[in-house]
Design a protein around this ligand. Structure first.
Ligand code: ZN
Length: 60
């Protein structure tokens, strides 16, 4: 049975994602993160989103 979750980065519902540090990320966001270098401003956006998602897990 497939498990559908909401992506923590783009909020898209997908059953084609992974858990990264307990945060669910869809395959397209995962790929984008891998392709983004750490000095790219976009990388900071991903990190921010990950931190926000992680915080909401802790407080839930
Ligand atoms: Zn996504």
């Amino acid at each position: 049975m497939k498990h559908t979750e909401c992506c923590s980065i783009c909020s898209k519902k997908t059953d084609n994602g992974i858990y990264l540090l307990r945060i669910y990320i869809c395959s397209s966001c995962e790929k984008e993160m891998i392709d983004t270098s750490t000095d790219d401003p976009k990388y900071k956006f991903f990190v921010k989103k990950m931190n926000e998602a992680h915080r909401s897990i802790i407080h839930s």
